[in-house]
Design a protein around this ligand. Structure first.
Ligand code: ZN
Length: 504
């Protein structure tokens, strides 16, 4: 290893500042979604766009390109797995992507995103797609202009995917989702109950006071690894996790009076996200490597805690006495086996965020098919609601009652987020692939979970996934950990085994 040229320190210093600006933005986002009074929105939009402009200017500064070029010959002689070489690759990627998009187009897009969210809110309130139609057409047009800023890809959708899941292509995703779709349609047909049951078969229907729920959630979180000196839990209408530094992790949950399952599972989900951010190696802090590598890998961590752990038989057995102590008689007389069966029930629902583990990915596959068709131009914006309703019937056997509970249910398209939805399903697939490996490495894991001993699990995730941050691209990380490529079979095998286990 030769001594690093002074340009490396100069680049690191610039990137540390950029990281700080990003975390200030995160703080504003957290505040906006937990604390800010509604009338603060206009001023916050100004703060946000000013900060965005400053960050964009720093990242696209020609001096960053010059430093990267100067460092390239040195990096070529270094260990390709070293932190410095990986850092340069990540900075080059971020810099070149940002430079390619003209400032005027970036501004147009962020303006359209704000207007689109407004139009979406109004359309959803009126349950009328026609109020959202023009904003969506504008988003599609802007995405085409965005795609044109880059070297032509095999498919224009690849450029959009790459913003959320670096390196993933449509060609890779399409057959994977087709396999998943065909298998899941059959599994849902065999396992779903048709009656309009409460979620989790009513196991958590209460009613439960919000204070009681919060106390119960905190006891569970602290037992699985929430550190009160480095984490916060707050209520938010749409739960999320956000870290402002390695020792400042903010997670949120939502309290539904008649369904403690909402708070319980969303807290476990966001805990998984938080644990990832908290577990990134301290030496990567304030560096572009000190962040989660992709939305798919991020989501694999949350789904792992929510579903593979949180809905497992040993976890249900361990958590039930805790919940009973905190929630009292409102929990009814359910036993651990009953809880395990209830939280793994399969139900057809028109709503993605209410979907269980088995039906969930079909909601995503529908959105993927429709996004692809909109970008390819084979589906006209005006025909989207009909295509949505047809898809819900075809994939899930669900009749969509209206646009609000159908095509307008998610904020993503309003905010111009195309290429984002697939990462939810990637998270489920990656979680199952990691779990297979984890079980081989930790043969006692089920018994440990049953005793509430979660340190070995946290350590395994920290060692194999969390500490690396963005050092290895997502598919390389998966391969390093599992020796495998991205594929749906481990998830399908996990799901089939679960459904056979809970079948009456
Ligand atoms: Zn998530």
């Amino acid at each position: 290893m030769s001594e690093a040229p002074p340009e490396l320190a100069a680049l690191r210093a610039r990137m540390a500042e950029l990281n700080d600006l990003g975390q200030i933005h995160s703080l504003m986002f957290w505040d906006q979604n937990t604390m800010m009074p509604p009338r603060g929105a206009a001023a916050r939009a100004d703060h946000s766009s000013t900060l965005e402009l400053i960050s964009h200017g720093r990242l696209t500064d020609p001096e960053v390109g010059r430093l990267l070029d100067t460092l390239a010959p040195w990096a070529a002689g270094e260990d390709p797995d070293s932190e410095a070489v990986r850092l340069l690759a990540v900075v080059r990627r971020d810099h070149e992507k940002a430079v390619r998009v003209p400032a005027a187009l970036a501004a147009e897009m962020s303006h359209a995103d704000a207007l689109g969210q407004q139009a979406w809110q109004e359309a959803r309130a009126a349950s009328d797609f026609s109020h959202f139609r023009d904003a969506l057409a504008r988003h599609v047009e802007l995405r085409h202009r965005y795609v044109e800023c880059f070297e032509p890809a095999a498919h224009p959708y690849d450029i959009l995917l790459d913003d959320f899941e670096p390196g993933l292509t449509t060609e890779e995703l399409r057959p994977l989702f087709e396999t998943l779709r065909d298998e899941l349609v059959d599994l849902v047909a065999a396992a779903a109950t048709n009656d309009a049951q409460a979620r989790n078969h009513g196991a958590f229907s209460g009613p439960f006071e919000a204070d009681d729920q919060r106390r119960a959630v905190m006891v569970v979180l602290e037992a699985v690894g929430f550190d009160p000196d480095g984490w916060r839990l707050d209520p938010a209408p749409h739960p999320f996790a956000q870290s402002l530094g390695p020792q400042d992790v903010r997670i949120t949950t939502r309290y539904d009076l008649h369904d403690f399952g909402v708070a319980h599972f969303s807290a476990l989900h966001e805990f998984g996200h938080g644990l990832y951010e908290a577990g990134i190696a301290p030496e990567l802090a304030r560096s572009p490597l000190g962040a989660p590598v992709s939305l798919g890998v991020h989501e694999s961590q949350s789904r792992l805690w929510e579903n593979l752990i949180g809905r497992s038989r040993p976890f249900c057995g361990w958590v039930l006495p805790i919940l009973r102590e905190q929630l009292g008689p409102a929990l009814g007389t359910i036993d651990a086996e009953g809880l395990y069966r209830a939280v793994n029930s399969v139900q057809r629902s028109p709503i993605r965020v209410d979907a269980d583990e088995t039906t969930y990915n079909l909601h995503i596959i529908l959105r993927f098919e429709l996004e692809l068709a909109l970008i390819e131009g084979t589906l006209a914006v005006d025909d989207l609601p009909a295509a949505w309703n047809e898809g819900m019937h075809r994939l899930l056997g669900v009749e969509v009652p209206d646009d609000a509970l159908g095509v307008l249910q998610d904020v993503h398209w309003g905010a111009g987020l195309f290429g984002y939805f697939p990462t939810y399903t990637l998270g489920n697939l990656i979680a199952a692939q990691l779990w297979t490996r984890l079980q081989a490495d930790l043969p006692e894991i089920e018994a440990q979970i049953g005793r509430g001993e979660l340190a070995p699990l946290r350590d395994w995730l920290g060692e194999h996934i969390h500490r690396h941050g963005r050092k290895f691209p997502p598919r390389e990380l998966l391969h390093r950990v599992t020796g495998d490529t991205l594929r749906p079979e481990p998830f399908l095998a996990y799901l089939r085994a679960k459904l056979a286990d809970v079948a009456p």
